[in-house]
Design a protein around this ligand. Structure first.
Ligand code: NDP
Length: 491
């Protein structure tokens, strides 16, 4: 059991109560990367008890914001100092190119520093009220937070939740995806090295329906913060009703990237490729629907396809790679099945549409950048989140048509518009029912700005001050400035 990677509970590295293990696979080679302990509901219970103790009775509850910030700054320094190792680990566990994991590591350190800085800034409100009272509002930590994240940005998604949760003074029970546990394990080693008190930050490894489900239903967890699929989000929301946990959900999307005829063609083509094919299309906010004005449609698609065919797909650690492996064989099969569906629905396959196996890629799980044109709004490849390198192109006539098509899904996570008409750009974005939007760009995101969706893309926001608010309770305090009997009942 010595080389089995462990979980971090109550300040100790431990194996699961069940003794079971799970292999984690390098999706670029199909080979086993590491063996990790497989947690169970009993391990969640242990972690929650430790987090409860740390929050209710341990030193964490009285650790001032400045001291919490110092720990987070130290953690950011450690992440940076170990950045190359973290990046390589993420690439081997997740499949994404090294240049993407380098961004993820840099963003991770920046996010930790953002919340370390934010937590010491002015907060609360005061009110003038009618009575001889001073009324004020303070923010306090929610308590024990259960944090569950997916595999597409393992380290970054972990940090988006861990940084504000700890900054606000909560204790946490964190679960990464069973497919990508390795950078989370390394991050918790750094959390230990940074010197967070025991029990404050706990890591439980294991399957979603076992470990994740237990976190969601646990009566001693006060808040659950989840990033993942909409179906899982719904299950978590239901499970969380037992003790009416606070919940925040960052869910899926089918986001539109919209190009009007006056946009610069080469610029828009370049961003449209980035919108769908970055991170192998495994991005919740991916521009997976490309809406083109009819007058530029054919020319645009021709150029887009030409560029898509040039994308270099290879293992994430190889020279010049632009797109890596899909996360797993099962997910690759799911994406390939959507490609079959697209063909059967009558969409025109313009490029890709198959698994890549030449030059040794057959050992891993690679899919060629895929573009479908001649779609109709109700096709499944237009409505459902594929979460892979598959783009559905749609055609629109005018601004009203573009808005109607853009909003015609159950999701409302993100969207971008390309046009040189500034007024039209803003008119369009104001009508778009989505939480994250861009004008003449797609994808850039910032720690300072809130991240989350409208409609079935979620509840609440990560990042920014909004993200921090989600890890706090709001308390009003009314102070009597003229203490004396109230006099309501006769003495
Ligand atoms: P899942 O919803 O399958 O999994 C997300 C996390 O939830 C994983 O840790 C998973 O564990 C866990 N989980 C699975 N089942 C349960 C359950 N019943 N109760 C509690 N936890 C559970 O999503 P994917 O991993 O497939 O990730 C892709 C999805 O994430 C996409 O839909 C994407 O849009 C969304 N996403 C949203 C983002 C946003 O900010 N809005 C950002 C990134 C992704 P395990 O993997 O171990 O089974």
């Amino acid at each position: 059991m010595n080389d089995v990677k462990k979980m971090y509970i109550d300040g100790e590295w431990v194996v699961s109560a069940s003794g079971q293990t799970r292999d984690t696979i390098n999706p670029a080679t199909g080979r086993v990367l590491a063996t990790v302990t497989e947690g169970t509901a009993a391990d969640v219970d242990r972690a929650v008890a430790a987090a409860r103790q740390a929050f209710d009775e341990g030193p964490w509850g009285t650790t001032p914001a400045g001291a919490r910030a110092a720990l987070l700054f130290k953690l950011a320094d450690l992440v940076e100092a170990n950045g190359e190792e973290l990046g390589a680990l993420e690439t081997s566990d997740n499949g994404k190119p090294l240049r993407e994991t380098a961004y993820d590591v840099a963003d991770t350190a920046a996010c930790l520093r953002y919340y370390a800085g934010l937590i010491t800034k002015p907060t609360g409100q005061t009110y003038e009220v009618a009575d001889p009272m001073q009324a004020m509002v303070v923010r306090e930590p929610v308590g024990v937070c259960g944090l569950i994240v997916p595999w597409n940005y393992p380290l970054l998604m972990a940090t988006w939740k861990i940084a504000p949760a700890l900054a606000a003074g909560n204790s946490i029970v964190f679960k990464p995806s069973e497919l990508t546990p390795l950078t989370a394990i390394r991050l918790f080693e750094l959390i230990e090295e940074a010197g967070f008190p025991k029990g404050v930050a706990n890591l439980v490894l294991g399957a979603g329906p076992v470990v994740g489900a237990r976190i969601a239903e646990h009566m001693d967890i006060d808040k659950i913060a989840f990033t993942g699929g909409t179906k899982t989000g719904r299950a978590i929301m239901t499970a969380a009703t037992g003790n009416l946990k606070k919940i925040s959900l960052e869910l899926g999307g089918k986001s539109p990237c919209v190009v009007f005829e006056d946009a610069d063609l080469e610029t828009a083509v370049d961003w449209a490729l980035f919108a769908i094919f970055a991170n192998q299309g495994q991005v919740c906010s991916a521009g997976s629907r490309l809406l083109l004005q009819a007058s530029i449609h054919d020319q645009f698609v021709e150029r887009l396809v030409e560029r898509a065919k040039q994308i270099r797909v290879a293992p994430g650690d190889s020279e010049g790679v632009e797109m890596g492996a899909m996360i797993s064989e099962a997910h690759m099969e799911k994406v390939l099945s959507y490609i079959k569906i697209g063909k059967a629905e009558g969409a025109t396959l313009k490029c890709g549409g198959h698994r890549l196996t030449e030059n040794g890629l057959g050992e891993g799980f690679f899919i060629a950048p895929t573009i479908f044109a001649d779609t109709t709004p109700d096709m499944r490849i237009v409505q459902e989140e594929i979460f892979g390198p598959v783009l559905a192109v749609q055609k629109f006539t005018d601004e009203a048509d573009a808005i109607a098509l853009a909003n015609h899904t159950i999701y409302g996570l993100a969207g971008g518009v390309f046009t040189n008409d500034g007024a039209r750009a803003l008119r369009f974005i104001k009508k778009l029912r989505a939480g994250i939007t861009w004008i003449n760009a797609y994808h850039p995101t910032y720690n300072e700005a809130p991240w989350g969706g409208y409609k079935q893309s979620g509840i609440g926001r990560d990042l920014g001050t909004f993200g921090l608010d989600g890890y706090t309770e709001v308390k009003q305090i009314n102070i009597n400035l003229a203490p004396g009997p109230v006099g309501w009942f006769e003495a």
